[in-house]
Write a protein that binds this ligand. Structure first.
Ligand SMILES: Cc1cc2nc3c(=O)[nH]c(=O)nc-3n(C[C@H](O)[C@H](O)[C@H](O)COP(=O)(O)O)c2cc1C
Length: 129
């Protein structure tokens, strides 16, 4: 998928957490993580992604920008609190506030999600991050 923004384009690779591997992480210039909150934590799939990729990628991806989207029944704070230390440990840079979608998904949520992804892409295309 190509994201066109500000006259530049960014290649967007959408990969399920269970399918994403070390090579995908190494090859990307930035990351948009998305997870539900389950039992006050990130999804098991995203946890397993970090289990496989964290140490091999440590010190090889530092400084890269990332964003985070959480879908939750409540405030999503448990999932945010679970993901942020791992991204911080990798020295990824949080360039945008995490987006928490709480309760039923609304049109406004979808706009906010597009804005998060679009801003991350635009920042990468424009060398802002
Ligand atoms: C096993 C399980 C555990 C969950 N735990 C939490 C939780 O700890 N906090 C929360 O806010 N929502 C929790 N939820 C709700 C999910 O976040 C929610 O179902 C998910 O965001 C998907 O949204 P949807 O059910 O509207 O599709 C849980 C859901 C399931 C199935």
């Amino acid at each position: 998928m190509i994201a066109e923004t500000l006259g530049s384009s960014v290649v967007v690779q959408v990969t399920e957490a269970l399918e994403a591997g070390v090579d995908d992480v190494m090859a990307a210039d930035g990351y948009l993580l998305a997870t539900p909150e389950n039992f006050g934590y990130m999804s098991g799939a995203l946890k397993e992604f970090f289990d496989r990729t964290y140490y091999p990628c440590l010190e090889h991806t530092r400084g890269r920008p990332y964003g985070l989207m959480v879908k939750a029944g409540g405030d999503g704070s448990g999932a945010v609190a679970a993901v942020v230390p791992l991204a911080t440990g990798l020295e990824w840079r949080s360039v945008l506030e995490p987006l928490v979608i709480s309760g039923d998904v609304t049109a406004e949520h979808l706009v906010a999600a597009r804005e998060l992804g679009g801003s991350l892409a635009a920042g990468l295309a424009g060398d802002l991050w």
